[in-house]
Write a protein that binds this ligand. Structure first.
Ligand code: KIV
Length: 257
């Protein structure tokens, strides 16, 4: 397990690191061929369950989806988000992280960072649990969306926070909606890879929500590139099926027993 994590860390300064989210086996199987890391993100609560935020996602739900994703992953690093309120104390975090690892067979967990939860990372990494950090805009803790690190003072704060997360033993860190200047400074000053979402090409790698880039989520902020409108393509298929059934073009004899 450690060698898989070390291989991931070694990608820094060698190649751009490719990461995407998956919530189910079939998508995971496609991503696995092309990604270095697949994240079962708590964005699941917005994207699949239609909730306004991620705050009510349960451990059971993310574990269920991560089990499905696991079936599609052969080579990528599999990381699972810890839902809000499942890592409020070091002991609670360890108990729940272990449950996620045991039930899903993932390689690591991700937690969103505040200035107050460094002790959680330290406790988990001391217990040999691989941890990915997450700074900048952290939807579990911030009420309003804001790009982080827009002035020198905030950039320094973010850099200090990221350095502490590295020191606490995290193997990588997500920078969400962090300014270009801050992303550049953090990436330059850390030994572990930075993975950006809305945080410029200075990061060591990039992550996006897969449903956003394939045009299924209906959520397309500035930092998303929508490569295809899969929603439209699926709708066309549904229309063809409907027409075929109505006109009795389907099922044909070859589709029948
Ligand atoms: O929940 C999520 O999908 C994330 C991102 C980094 C994309 O945390």
């Amino acid at each position: 397990m450690k060698s898989k994590i070390n291989n991931f860390i070694r990608k820094k300064n060698q190649k751009k690191i490719i990461c995407l989210t998956a919530y189910s086996k079939n998508i995971a199987k496609i991503l696995d061929k092309h990604c270095d890391l697949v994240l079962v993100g708590d964005s699941l609560e917005n994207v699949l369950y239609g909730m306004k935020n991620t705050h009510k996602l349960s451990l059971e739900t993310i574990i269920k989806h991560a089990k499905s994703v696991r079936l599609g992953i052969k080579k990528s690093l599999l990381v699972v988000d810890m839902p809000k309120d499942t890592y409020k104390t070091p002991r609670q975090a360890k108990k729940n992280a272990k449950l996620i690892l045991e039930k899903t067979g993932c390689d690591a967990i991700k937690i969103e960072n505040t200035n107050k939860n460094l002790d959680i990372i330290k406790f988990l990494t001391k217990s040999k649990i691989n941890v990915m950090g997450h700074v900048g805009y952290t939807p579990q803790f911030k009420k309003k969306f804001k790009v982080e690190g827009q002035n020198k003072k905030d950039q320094q704060k973010l850099l200090n926070q990221s350095k502490q997360i590295e020191k606490a033993g995290a193997f990588s860190i997500v920078l969400e909606c962090v300014s270009k200047e801050a992303s550049k400074k953090i990436t330059k000053n850390l030994k572990i890879p930075t993975i950006g979402i809305g945080s410029s090409s200075f990061c060591d790698g990039q992550i996006l929500v897969t449903d956003d880039i394939i045009g299924l989520s209906g959520f397309y902020p500035k930092f998303v590139k929508k490569y295809i409108d899969l929603g439209k393509i699926i709708e066309n298929v549904i229309k063809q099926f409907k027409r075929d059934v109505k006109l009795m073009n389907f099922p044909k004899s070859k589709n029948s027993y």
